[in-house]
Design a protein around this ligand. Sequence first.
Ligand code: FAD
Length: 495
Amino acid sequence: MDSKIENVVIVGGGTAGWITAALMVKVLGKSINITLVESDKIGIIGVGEATIPPIIPFNNALGIDEKAFLKATKGTLKLGIEFENWKQQGDKYMHAFGGIGKNFPFCDFYHFWVKSQQLGYGSEFGDFSLNYQASKASKFAKLSHIEGTNLPGIEYAYHFDAGLYAKFLRDFSEKLGVTRVEGIVENVEVDKNNGYVTRLQLEGDRSVCGDLFVDCTGLKALLIEQTLSTGFDDWSHWLPCDRAMAVACESVKPIVPYTRSIAHDAGWRWRIPLQHRTGNGVVYSSKHMSDEQAKDLLLSSLDGEQIGEPRTIPFKTGRRRKQWNKNVVAIGLSSGFFEPLESTNIHLIQTAATRLLKFFPHLGIKDEEVQEFNRQSQIESERMRDFIILHYKQTQRDDSDFWRACQRMDVPDTLTQKMALFEQSGKIFREQDELFTEIAWQQVMIGQGLIPKDHHPLVDSLSSEQITDLMDNLKTLVQRTVNKMPMHEDFLSQQ
Ligand code: FAD
């Protein structure tokens, strides 16, 4: 289509709709008209409270002040996710953000850690993570590096109230010129010649026209699927959970700076600390757990007074075959869902909105651009998918049908190869712009019990004593730094 793109219509005002609106108006607000249609009667999904570190540069790009943001969204800081009972019952590890130990040229720190284990040095990999140790002490400080060294400091993200986040971004976007239209879209009109969406028919005999439509209608996928029948790659044979039940409860002290992910017989449950409450949810496979059982588990594991009634959210894991089809780009749950284990979905909204701006088709939509956009988003989501599957596949749990099925399942070849390479040689490589770094993969692989049989030869150039000294020194540096950090709650109260 060669006509200019001047009117963009975003359908949906959940996290996806308002993130897209905020970025688009910030970058292109002077050149295009942006309308967002949403319905308070339908509401938003409202879960999605944990994020990952790229949200910091994203907020910075929007010019968002962190203090104002944390206040408005009742946010807390997040240093990582602690996984309990995943490798086996009673076991714990953390996927902490940031660096671990000290990396050497050609050789990451964990090769030295693997050798130290062979020498009988009894430390956990996480003992060398500043983020993990700060998490366990409920501490937080903004530190770019460990004082007096060039070792990495604290890397963080946020937990926040998803409803307040959408509201915050709505205020931001409306001030910069986004027009919000309240109303339910009842019908979508399509040009018979080229299949492009042209007009949304709203309740009350109103309509909204546009050149480019962004489908942020959540799991409904009103434009991308209900209208354009784009198709869906179902990943539920790899990601077996298909339901969640969520409820809030009153906060308990101290407010910890990390997410908890606790595996149970048929999935896992989360605990996300906010300033004013704790978010709780059970994620489960409906083949292995009934709603009643999930409710019992959820309510019996609250550590504060329950707030409101539990809400059940059915979902299907997978992704839309094309994130961009005709003149519709799907962003948010309309484009697919992995399940929330590694808090990747808000991040995917941000990368999709960023990608759309990079590819913005101001002179008209070109097939080549659409194909490249779709290729990049496919690679991005498949790499993330593999990382999440790893948590289920690499388990030693065999105490329930669910976990036995996870151990037995075939996984994508890309993941099989990564696991085999790591197990044989300790080698792992981040692919292109893949989100998760080598350190993230190492933590989850080791945490789930996949210990490499070999290490890099550089390690053998150090004597046993030198390796022990290295480990002692690094551990001391981490602990000394944590000891000096303020409590997370004190940091929050100063915001
Ligand atoms: P929604 O919030 O559902 O918004 C859809 C919008 O479309 C609403 O405004 C609705 O009014 C509008 N709409 C729909 N139909 C119509 C219509 N016909 N007319 C007009 N308007 C319409 N992500 C994370 O990053 N971290 C997490 O910790 C996390 N946890 C999650 C836990 C669960 C159980 C689930 C299910 C998801 C989680 N996610 C998480 C994902 C996250 O919730 C979503 O990615 C995010 O909220 C985006 O949702 P959305 O905006 O796409 O959809």
